[in-house]
Design a protein around this ligand. Structure first.
Ligand code: ADP
Length: 288
């Protein structure tokens, strides 16, 4: 991993994407489970990935889709760190360091932080993990631009990219319902989604994810979870991040997952598609 953090730093300054070979990219179906993807799933036992290291997975998806929730559950199940670049940005904001004013302006307008800054924050986080002996990761919210995808692709292997999908009207409602406990730091959602099916899709019910009573008076809303900013973030996702889905689809690494409903319904299905459903006990615990 030391080599990785050095390489990440040099890649972002030089713009190098040396290992990318377009000729190796395979054309894959647009949805579902691409041929050859099975080999990328976590082998049994799931903690170890290829080359005797832990899995290196990415979670993609629009704001509000639940990347953080599912990435965090899987990271516990697989024993790898869950690294969310949005959390790294918020930590930097809270630190009142030299970057924080600049970052606050960008984030509160729903815009993306520059590739250089985000790679620097990720590199720092990976270095810290390396010092603690971490191996593998689930990245959440990174990469968000094709350039970020090229940078990471130039320095390490991503085994699998899980793309979570949900209707846009539900995404907005979910973002507006998000709350964080300012004491324990856990995420909750007060929105109760009860949406009629569209375009032949079934109705969708997602119960709220309510906090325990001790967290209730300490709930705060993210400054960028206002309706205007959420809509701006969704527009930016479509412009900047949809091409990232295509980048990984062409590499045969993209696993599309349409969320069928709330956590109790979606979590077991996600485990099933990831071939992790033999972990019945973990599944039941996490879905509880
Ligand atoms: P969400 O997925 O709900 O939009 P995140 O918590 O992932 O939110 O990110 C919050 C904000 O942090 C983003 O709107 C953006 O300003 C910044 N950010 C996070 N990850 C990245 C990234 N990979 N590239 C650029 N900006 C990022």
């Amino acid at each position: 991993m030391a080599a990785l953090t050095r390489l990440l730093r040099s890649a972002v300054t030089s713009g190098s994407t040396a290992r990318i070979s377009l000729s190796t990219l395979a054309s894959e179906p647009k949805t579902g489970f691409p041929a050859g993807l099975a080999a990328r799933l976590a082998p049994s036992p799931p903690r170890k990935g290829r080359e005797d290291r832990n899995v290196q997975w990415v979670f993609l998806g629009c704001p509000g889709v639940g990347k953080g929730t599912y990435a965090s559950r899987l990271s516990q199940l697989l024993g790898v760190p869950h690294i969310a670049t949005g959390d790294l940005v918020r930590e930097e904001l809270a630190s009142s360091g030299p970057l924080s004013l600049k970052l606050a302006e960008i984030v509160n307008q729903g815009k993306l932080v520059s590739d250089e800054i985000i790679v620097e924050l990720l590199t720092k986080r990976l270095s810290k993990g390396e010092e603690k002996g971490e191996s593998g990761f689930i990245l959440d919210g990174f990469p968000r631009t094709v350039r970020q995808a090229e940078i990471i692709d130039g320095v390490m292997d991503i085994d699998l990219v899980v793309n979570l999908k949900l209707r846009e009207d539900v995404l907005v409602e979910k973002c507006l319902g998000r709350r964080i406990c300012n004491q324990c730091g856990k995420n909750f959602n007060l929105a109760c989604i009860d949406a009629k099916g569209q375009n032949g899709q079934p109705d969708m019910y997602m119960p709220p994810l309510l906090p325990p009573s001790q967290c209730m008076p300490k709930l705060i809303t993210r400054a960028d979870d206002t309706e205007e900013v959420v809509k701006a973030r969704l527009r930016i996702y479509n412009d900047m991040s949809l091409p990232v889905e295509e980048f990984y689809r062409r590499q045969g690494k993209l696993l599309e997952f349409d969320l069928p409903g709330g956590i109790p319904e979606s979590w077991p299905k996600l485990l099933q598609i990831l071939r992790l459903d033999d972990h019945h006990e973990d599944k039941q615990l996490a879905a509880a």
